[in-house]
Design a protein. Structure first.
Length: 798
């Protein structure tokens, strides 16, 4: 008898131990770890993941049988199964949540299975395929014997299983044209046709650049190629007509092929070191510290190409906001159709398609955001994390993993190097590089030795005494100067912890959320006051609810008001705004970037979104309007974040031949994070900040864990959290520092009360056991409304 070990999905009874189930005889030998099954659990049927197979069980009673198969082939690779175990331990979460996190969103909900096969198998198994190459599995109601047969064929690779997401609109096929000409033939054709045939020569020009991919007719016609020309082209044998899937997603558009650039010495030595590690299958972690504009991307591309050359695959991670069509274009132009893209701006159907291509082994390069670290890519030869310091790499929900740690785990498993890249590495990574745990690679100069921008600081305290303008005189003068020279400008409004709110001028009343301890934010576009934490919305009052005064005013500035002011100050300038409101629609982010890139606008203003990764040669002025809004946070990382943001955004200026300038407006001109951002001196910042961390006993000198508890009753939350703190004090050594419990900075969210405990430690041999115990005990408390979560190495302490 074969027995499957199954991690079941029962939200109220989560455990990390698998349950044993008997495998029905028909499926014997065919089910594999990594497949999902239906199993009886108490009175219900639940879904579970097979994590192992054995032939005996220690369970005395009669085992229950697997009642159905959710998958016909594994959806979790053996590597990812192993990873899920480690991840559960590392993040103090249950294996079931780790396994689910690894699947693309759509596969966790509703889908139908489709079986695809070849002609031979189709003919040999009429009872399955009824003469078709493609059938809908779920409609057939196969018996177990037939399912057994299907499993055997699937395992022998005679059948492929694909999922159709129910909300997945059918791919639409459209007319496209594929070039049949070699580059020489194109040149010959161009030489012979008359100049009068504009559309024909345009087509040939396009074919010259993009011979490899079929080109959609709609796209060609936008470029001025008429349908008559296309008919002629088919007749003359220039192109073949085909049909391709219509692509609406800007991340998947065809791009022009590009070739490796000649590297400078620093880039070359970086590539050499990484390539050597790839060849030697060395599990080295490199920290690639390169100033803004030093050409890190080209290093990544060439090292990835080398991994492919040695027969391996490559995985590249990018923060959400820098995974713009600009960077995607650069990668796809180099690697073409071998690239799979995982981005949250894609629909779940599109993401599923990409996941399938990776799972089928068609994609050799995966580029994506945080969750792409779980791509079912095999045989990995290189993992890259661009902007490794970025906070979006930390997942803020269960399982609360740090992508960097998962990347290192996968690299160790695959015997390959990891490259962590940044202009402003996290202190944790830099400290490890200093200790020799990571290998440090420096790119100290901008590409072509372009100078770093010149940065000046404007003290807004002085400025405010003179005028209420949000742009200082210095910045406004420089904007005028750039507009006159026809150069481009970026203006950053730092919105972290900053929002516009309304207040009564007479009694000082500020509307609060009824469910949370936070004031409501004004949204001018929808004319509402919104709560950012629970989603509560209400109309903007015209009279004060407290004193009935009509003198209700709003405070703080949003990017929308900034746009109005800027347009008023510079009526001739063409202004683009990029923030959450203007980028909500699919493709709008790209549209703004393209427009600015084509110099159809002079000023790009926006929030954090514009700070990173963008590469526009015409930008010679960057203005930061409120540098210090993040400094006021009661969080030991606020200086680090401010320094990183200012350095990153400054790095957008003067990337090509013209000298760049940056103006930082601040109320704290003497703060070291701002002073050192002015000189863009990462080294000095690192030294200064490390001393502060040392004195304050913070990371990277200490490890940290945050325990958060919440319930609808403040009394209950506080009581339970005190119990936990007692427990910790009793079982940890007296070296451990236990802070709290204290109410969180925002104590009440959505009518739940939040308290937290922070543990700081250097070595605590029993910590893991103690926390596991807290996690397990919390399961019984959960029924009483108390939720406990444990965050290993949290990024925020508020
Ligand atoms: N070897 C090369 N040959 C020609 N141009 C290059 C080369 N390497 C980099 N560049 C150019 O230099 C500019 C900066 O490179 P890149 O955008 O990769 O910098 P980066 O290090 O990623 O900077 P940031 O951290 O600011 O994003 C780009 O315009 C890029 O095309
Ligand atoms: Zn009032
Ligand atoms: Zn609220």
């Amino acid at each position: 008898m074969q027995i499957a070990q199954v991690i079941v999905d029962v939200p109220t009874r989560q455990t990390n131990e698998p349950y044993s189930y008997e495998i029905p005889a028909n499926f014997d030998g065919q089910v594999q770890p990594g497949m999902r099954v239906q199993v009886p659990f108490g009175p219900r049927k639940v879904t579970g993941f097979i994590v192992g197979l054995t032939d005996h069980s220690d369970f005395d009673g009669k085992l229950k049988k697997i009642s159905g198969l959710v998958d016909l082939s594994p959806v979790i690779t053996p590597e990812l199964l192993k990873l899920s175990e480690w991840l559960a331990g590392q993040t103090f979460s249950f294996k079931i949540s780790c396994l689910q996190t690894m699947l693309p969103g759509g596969m966790r909900t509703k889908f139908k299975k489709k079986l695809l096969t070849d002609n031979q198998t189709k003919a040999a198994y009429p009872e399955i395929f009824h003469g078709e190459n493609e059938i809908n599995y779920d409609q057939q109601k196969f018996d177990n014997q037939t399912i057994g047969k299907i499993l055997t064929l699937r395992k022998a690779d005679k059948i492929k299983v694909h999922y159709e997401l129910s909300n997945h609109s059918k791919p639409m096929l459209v007319k496209a044209f594929q070039s049949k000409l070699t580059p020489t033939q194109i040149d010959e054709a161009l030489a012979t046709i008359s100049k009068r045939f504009v559309s024909q020569s345009r087509l040939l020009q396009i074919l010259k650049d993009q011979r490899d991919l079929p080109l959609q007719q709609a796209w060609l016609s936008k470029k001025g190629v008429t349908s008559t020309t296309l008919e002629t082209a088919v007749k003359r044998g220039w192109v073949d007509e085909t049909r391709v899937r219509r692509i609406r997603n800007p991340f998947l558009q065809p791009v022009k092929k590009s070739y490796p650039l000649a590297l400078n010495d620093d880039q070359q030595s970086a590539v050499d070191r990484i390539n050597r590690a790839i060849e030697n299958q060395a599990n080295t972690t490199f920290l690639l510290e390169g100033v803004t504009g030093s050409g890190k991307t080209e290093v990544y591309l060439q090292a990835m190409a080398h991994a492919l050359k040695t027969g391996k695959t490559a995985l590249m991670l990018v923060p959400e906001i820098t995974l713009t069509p600009q960077i995607v274009g650069r990668i796809r132009s180099r690697f073409g159709d071998q690239v799979a893209m995982l981005h949250s701006a894609m629909s779940s159907g599109e993401r599923y398609d990409e996941w399938q291509r990776i799972n089928d082994g068609q994609a050799k390069v995966v580029v994506g955001v945080r969750s792409a670290i779980f791509a079912p890519l095999e045989n990995i030869g290189l993992i890259i994390m661009d902007e490794e310091h970025d906070s979006s790499y930390k997942q803020t929900e269960t399982p609360r993993y740090q992508t960097r740690d998962v990347a290192k785990w996968r690299a160790a498993y695959n015997h390959c190097p990891v490259v962590l890249g940044s202009a402003t590495p996290s202190l944790e990574s830099r400290a490890r590089a200093m200790k020799g745990v990571y290998e440090l690679i420096l790119l100290p100069h901008r590409f072509n030795n372009h100078a770093l921008p010149h940065v000046s600081i404007v003290d807004m305290k002085d400025e405010m005494a003179r005028s209420r303008n949000i742009l200082s005189k210095k910045l406004a003068d420089l904007v005028d100067d750039r507009l006159a020279k026809h150069e481009q400008i970026i203006l950053l409004l730092n919105r972290r912890g900053y929002s516009s709110f309304i207040m009564c001028r007479d009694c000082g009343y500020v509307p609060q959320c009824p469910n949370c301890d936070i004031s409501l934010t004004m949204h001018k576009d929808t004319h509402t006051l919104n709560c950012h934490l629970c989603g509560h919305k209400e109309p903007i009052p015209v009279v004060c609810p407290k004193c009935h005064s009509k003198r209700i005013r709003h405070y703080g500035i949003g990017s929308q008001q900034l746009e109005e002011q800027v347009k008023e100050m510079f009526p001739k300038a063409r202004v683009l705004r990029m923030d959450v409101d203007t980028t909500r629609k699919k493709g709008s982010h790209e549209a703004i970037i393209n427009k600015f890139g084509a110099h159809q606008a002079d000023i790009l203003l926006g929030t954090q979104m514009i700070a990173k990764g963008l590469d526009f040669p015409e930008v010679t002025l960057v203005g930061v309007l409120n540098a210090d809004s993040a400094l006021q946070f009661p969080d030991f990382r606020s200086s680090e974040r401010t320094f990183q943001l200012l350095t990153q955004v400054s790095g957008r200026s003067g990337r090509a031949d013209k000298q760049g300038e940056v103006v930082i407006q601040t109320f704290n001109p003497d703060h070291y994070a701002i002073q050192l951002a002015k000189t863009q001196d990462y080294e000095k910042f690192y030294q200064t900040e490390m001393q502060i961390r040392h004195i304050g006993k913070y990371p990277p000198y200490y490890f940290t864990v945050k325990i958060t508890g919440s319930s609808p009753s403040e009394k209950q939350t506080a009581y339970e959290m005190h119990q936990i703190a007692h427990f910790l004090r009793r079982y940890l050594t007296n070296q451990a520092i236990i802070l709290g419990p204290t109410p969180k900075t925002i104590k009440r969210i959505n009518n739940r009360y939040f308290y937290q405990i922070i543990i700081k430690y250097r070595q605590e041999p029993h910590l893991k056991d103690v926390l596991d115990k807290i996690l397990t005990t919390s399961q019984t408390k959960e029924r009483k409304g108390l939720l406990i979560s444990i965050d290993n190495e949290p990024l925020d302490f508020m």
